[in-house]
Design a protein around this ligand. Structure first.
Ligand code: SF4
Length: 416
């Protein structure tokens, strides 16, 4: 019998339902679908006359696979999973049941972490329906706790145990307080969103210095100090001299969407997103698109975000909840340990690219810019870049090698 498990899930996680054939970018197309070893082995013993030949010819072991969770991969046919029926239903699911699906197929787009024994559930933004339920509902990130007794299919989720003393590289015992603080900063509408991101950056930088000084015991006081300063409005006006740098923002996003395109196959939706960004602001024009970028930000993007402040906040909140920001997990199959400030830089990289692509989309669609465009931009970006860990590592390496992993450059990328 499965042991009861406390589950903490966002309202969006509860509300998510796959829309199958109505999905505009089915997850069974356009990217690698990985199969865990246990599922691969069962496919090699499958007796279904229709499915077995596809399993034999279209499921290949990944050369030099790092672990059993990503043991094999499904070969797509015409960019689609060969197990999909004409009506875009999964034939493995239909004929053999959910238990026959690989862990990736049965759980996507659900993401989980284990924090102090509690399973924390959120959603990946590479699924269009997940983007809608996370971004468009003002209360989507409200968390609900429940106790489950049934077995869950998530294997080896990234984990963090605040009481485990063998991980000494970060003051993990303060993770709950730090997480509460960073979430409250993100949600504090007394400051513009870019100002909140800068406060977050200074906090993360400060936290890294405390860690370097081996002074983890002072983190509680530090968190309380920041909370009090924010509450008293001591950051008000602190960033008024930070310059707005639209050309730097355009150059940054252009560099990385071009680099991603040069890497190979791109999802058609992300190609459209990038084309609309470039055409919308006319990247090739004499000012590099700066005038159109500023105009679109002022006339279309900012009024939309001001009227719907939850949308970008929810994107960042979902990211932070899923990433165990700013510490990251202690144990994970894929996660590599980073400093607190590097976690912050990665957050800003996501925000800066998404925001600039949205401004480009606003320049392209003008008065028609709205929720539909936001969903397309966020989902296509997530599928092309957010899931591509080597590519994100490359961006971080670039910033580090040029000493651009600094608050000055983070301000240049975020200042609106
Ligand atoms: S991308 Fe999301 S909504 Fe679309 S088929 Fe996959 S899980 Fe369902």
């Amino acid at each position: 019998m499965a042991t009861p498990l406390t589950v903490l899930q966002s309202q969006s996680y509860t509300n998510f339902n796959c829309i199958h054939k109505d999905c505009e970018d089915n997850c069974c197309g356009g990217w690698g679908i990985v199969i865990d070893k246990r599922t691969f082995d069962t496919y090699r013993e499958c007796t279904d006359a229709e499915l077995r030949p596809i399993m034999d010819s279209n499921v290949d072991v990944i050369d030099g696979t790092p672990n059993d969770m990503a043991y094999a991969q499904i070969k797509l046919e015409h960019d689609r999973c060969p197990f999909l029926s004409e009506s875009l239903r999964c034939r493995i699911h239909e004929k053999l049941g959910e238990s026959a699906l690989s862990r990736a197929c049965s759980t996507y787009p659900r993401a989980v972490n284990l924090v102090d024994g509690v399973l924390e559930c959120s959603l990946y933004m590479s699924c269009p329906e997940a983007v809608r339920v996370v971004l468009l509902d003002p209360d989507s990130m409200a968390l609900e706790a429940s106790v489950r007794s049934q077995a869950l299919r998530f294997a080896s989720p990234p984990s963090l145990d605040t009481k485990d003393r063998k991980y000494t590289n970060k003051p993990y015992e303060h993770f709950p307080a730090v997480r509460d603080l960073v979430t409250s900063i993100l949600r504090n509408r007394n400051y513009a969103l870019w100002e909140r991101l800068l406060i977050l950056g200074f906090f993360c930088d400060h936290l890294d210095r405390v860690i370097a000084a081996n002074d983890g015991a002072s983190v509680g006081d530090m968190v309380a100090g920041y909370a009090a300063q924010i509450e008293e409005g001591l950051f008000a006006g602190a960033f008024k001299d930070v310059p707005y740098q639209p050309i730097e923002q355009i150059n940054f996003v252009t560099k990385w969407i071009d680099a991603r395109a040069a890497d190979g196959t791109l999802n058609p939706r992300f190609v459209t997103t990038c084309d609309e960004f470039k055409k919308g602001i006319d990247v090739g024009s004499i000012d590099g698109g700066a005038a159109a970028y500023v105009d679109a930000a002022t006339r279309y993007y900012e009024p939309f975000v001001d009227a719907n402040p939850h949308i970008i906040e929810n994107y960042l909140h979902n990211y932070m909840f899923k990433a165990l920001f700013p510490f990251g997990p202690q144990k994970s199959l894929y996660f590599e340990q980073k400093s607190v400030f590097t976690e912050y830089v990665l957050l800003v990289v996501h925000y800066a690219i998404v925001r600039s692509l949205l401004i480009g989309s606003a320049a392209y669609h003008r008065e028609a810019f709205g929720e539909a465009q936001v969903v397309t931009v966020v989902q296509s970006f997530s599928k092309a870049i957010e899931h591509n860990l080597p590519f994100l590592k490359r961006i971080l390496g670039f910033l580090e090698n040029r000493n651009l992993n600094s608050m000055v450059y983070m301000a240049a990328l975020t200042r609106g």
